[in-house]
Design a protein around this ligand. Sequence first.
Ligand SMILES: [Zn+2]
Length: 325
Amino acid sequence: MIAASCKICNNIKNNYILKVREMYFGTREEFEYMECSNCGCLQLINSPKDYSVHYPKNYFTFNQKHENKIKSLLNRFRDKAAMGENSLLGTILLKKYGSPVYVDRMKNAGISLKDSILDVGCGRGILLHKMKESGFENVIGIDPFIDKTIEYKNGLKILKKDFYEMDGLYDLIMFNHSFEHMENPVEVMKKSNELLKLNKTLLIRIPVADSYAFKHYRNNWSSLDAPRHLYLHTKNSIKILAEQSGFEVKKINYDSRSWQLWGSEQYSKNISLLDERSYYTNPQKSIFTKNQIDQFEKKTIELNKNGEGDQAEFYLQKISEVTSA
Ligand SMILES: [Zn+2]
């Protein structure tokens, strides 16, 4: 089927139209995505005019919670030890529980506790709050969809602000599952370039379409999340974006979850994520046996290892200056 040109690589040949239903809340409203035959990127063709309808208060980002006080205190010691600031308690906890994933990401990005970090589309800033508590001194978040600017007791600020209004220079900019919700990925990357110091890292965590889950489930792939995800990228499309905006892909790490399998299985059987038979809302009433869930977990580990998981972390290094529009 012939469609419009790809917004990433401009390819116009053999692009395919995929009809995808809204299955998170289960409205089953249908949306059209274009699948580029060249770079593989999926892109929503007609964005809804009023997006607020598609982000009701029970969408998961609005319901994330801070850890309780004791857990937060213990994690503070553990996380500091993981970053190299040792204490007896920290070292014991680190040995027992291992390094938290976000610290591994900071290490991959070459970040120290003093470096300046910007988190774009961070919601209420649950991760940043934890980071600030654990000794990351210079962190800030922005999200245009929060009710108002938040100022935590520990000094952390989450600004209600548009990304394009930001200035300053950072050692790390991160998009933790927000990039796929934003229009004009090239412009977002160029703005990131402008806000980053040379040779520093842009970390983009997104769902990816060159994955087993998309190839296998197609329009029932759970991470498509129509119409909230505007772009579902691939290794290829991210590489093309990087070349257009002064970046180089340095490292890709797969961190997909088993939801790619059980979620997609459910969507294939017309069970939405919030349905009462969904494994998400009600594991006891779900269509899966314990054994099946174990298999999904096992397969997910394998997919991540083989680079076929449906979620990835892209570490992009700024290698040259570009100016955004
Ligand atoms: Zn393309």
